[in-house]
Design a protein around this ligand. Structure first.
Ligand code: NDP
Length: 249
């Protein structure tokens, strides 16, 4: 039986997820890259292999029970000890359309589209719950598994409700607030079973999600995630962290 450390990163064919995968692979993990776009995913896996890393592409739609079950089956056969799960897949539909000419977000809650909010919650909240539930047997097979939820600096209630810089972003921000609560709930259940669960709060990062308007780098974001993915036993669980350390909920 393999003792190799396995990590699954969802939403890993680009952006923060891909950089997280690269960093975990550089630490010696065999990394499974999960997302929907297989062409992009295969290319990402190939690029990481060319850098000397051990990675596998896994087609995965976190909104689909069938897709998640199929991924769980593949992992059960090929990575029965899943040591790290990074729930990174996330979307912000309509975000780019609502950016004004100065890059300021200009859509108040009263004008957010319910369909967009539902789609956002489906990926950003129900996705991590679905994937975590499906992979729990494999995580429990690891001696010290870690789960990292990729939340956001917009995940605190105060920020999701609006501040000077980001007036609203209600659907997306509140999805991350919900994800923070999901993080605490799983952390409380799983801590006695040896699994630490934390949320990462990257700042505004230059990726496709925001048309590369973010002023932080994917390297900065991935650093937070990887730190939480590699915590020693006895470290924090049920927390919410940016690059400077723990944040208040
Ligand atoms: P990108 O748009 O670059 O990447 C998003 C990733 O999620 C892609 O790999 C995409 O691949 C995947 N994805 C989307 N929907 C699904 C789905 N249904 N199932 C599986 N994978 C899916 O965005 P970022 O790298 O910026 O975002 C990564 C995470 O970081 C998100 O959770 C985001 O909310 C969070 N974050 C981003 C910040 C930023 O400023 N950029 C700041 C704070 C947090 P595919 O479409 O092929 O499935």
């Amino acid at each position: 039986m393999t003792t190799r450390k396995n990590a699954l990163v969802t939403g890993a064919n680009k952006g923060i997820g891909l950089e997280t995968a690269r960093r975990l692979a550089a630490l010696g993990f065999k990394v499974w890259l999960g997302a929907r776009d297989s062409k992009r995913g295969e290319a990402a896996a190939e690029a990481l292999r060319a850098e000397g890393f051990e990675v596998e592409w896994l087609e995965l739609d976190v909104t689909s029970d069938e897709s998640v079950a199929a991924a769980a089956k593949t992992l059960a056969a090929r990575a029965p000890n899943l040591d790290v799960l990074v729930n990174n897949a996330g979307i912000a539909p309509g975000y780019l359309d609502a950016l004004g000419p100065d890059g300021h977000y200009e859509r108040p809650p009263s004008r957010e589209d319910i369909a967009d909010i539902k789609a956002t919650y489906d990926v950003n909240v129900f996705g991590p719950v679905r994937v975590t539930q499906a992979l729990l047997p494999l995580l429990l097979a690891s001696p010290a598994a870690r789960i990292v939820m990729v939340s956001s600096y917009l995940g605190s209630i105060a920020r999701a409700a609006g501040n000077g810089q980001s007036p609203n972003v209600m659907g997306y921000g509140s999805s991350k607030t919900a994800l923070n609560a999901v993080t605490v709930a799983f952390a409380r259940e799983l801590a006695p079973r040896g699994i630490m669960v934390n949320a990462a709060a990257p700042g505004y990062t230059a990726t496709d999600l925001n048309g590369h308007k973010g002023h932080r780098t994917v390297q900065q974001a991935a650093e937070i995630v990887v730190r939480l993915a590699t915590l020693d036993a006895g470290g924090p669980t049920g927390g919410y962290f940016d690059e400077n350390g723990p944040l208040p909920w």
